[in-house]
Design a binder for this molecule. Sequence first.
Ligand code: F6P
Length: 353
Amino acid sequence: MHVGILTGGGDCPGLNAVIRAVTLALINEAGARVTGIGRGFLGLLSRETRRLDPDAVVGILSQGGTILGTHNRCDPFHYFGANGADVSGQAMAYARELGLDALVVIGGDGTMAIAHRFHLLGLPVVGVPKTIDNDLCHTDRSFGFDSAVAVVAEALDRLETTARSHGRVMIAETMGRYAGWIALEGGMAGAADIILLPEQPYQLDAVVQRCREREGREGHTLICIAEGAKPVGGALTVAATIADSPDPLRLGGVGALLQHQLQPLIQSEVRATLLGHVQRGGSPTPFDRVLATRFGWHAAQLVRRGDFGRMVTLAGSDIASVRIEEVANKNRPVPNDHALLQAARGLGISLGA
Ligand code: F6P
């Protein structure tokens, strides 16, 4: 059996842990040959491959990033390098030339959409859910999320001490695209006083009121805002538009916007910190190392059983799987009645309503 592995979309802590687990499980349990494809689906066009054996994956469990490289703009069905032409046939021909019996695709909803289209063309694929945003459907967790939340929590801990010393309002802006999972869990873990999510546009008045209350009592305020958050009646804050990307909008800057909205209305000084790619880099947490390893082992079992067109998932504390088409190009927002939102409201944390 010859199995390919690729990592697509933005990188994320835990990718290497999945690569290691898939490689070791397929070699040890099935005597398979394993090949890494470089830079996501681009490697199927540019013919970038490398042999993965036990030596190739030594010491990578705890390493951030991906040893294979990745790409978040390469969709062979709409390839930017060929003016948007469909070059999937070229990628299929290379997969056939390599003699791949299966391809393990590690990525988010966009990568799964591409994987599904290759599956329909006859390439046997298995998916593994990756994203720090935790916004993939049908899985309670994607690996990488816990690591991002840990970064946000630590950042808030650090912002709190300086906020307290200076009597300031400190705003931390998190990643997460159109979902508020990182801001919600990070904000709760870092004891934010105000948490603002894309799922619920914020009322500036409510934020001002909470900051003024705290000005008179605690003297400082910690705000955790998701990059996809927006004021009531306002629009997304877009940092850049990347025309040839499947998802062209790059969000960023809503923390600075809130700073400028708030500053004239309250006495304390307001400062904003954009956490940015710090949330995506570095070592995975122990939770993510274990989750990524479990996902990788289960993906190898799907390959061994010939159970293709499926993505492994976390359902409660169990690993399960779902048809890839059910997650392709779909997002999972934080539901309004989510238990953590109820807890936040109960603790008196403002959600900007
Ligand atoms: O999807 C992961 C993510 O980090 C989002 O949270 C963020 O909006 C986006 O990727 C940033 O993408 P890029 O690395 O292309 O700027």
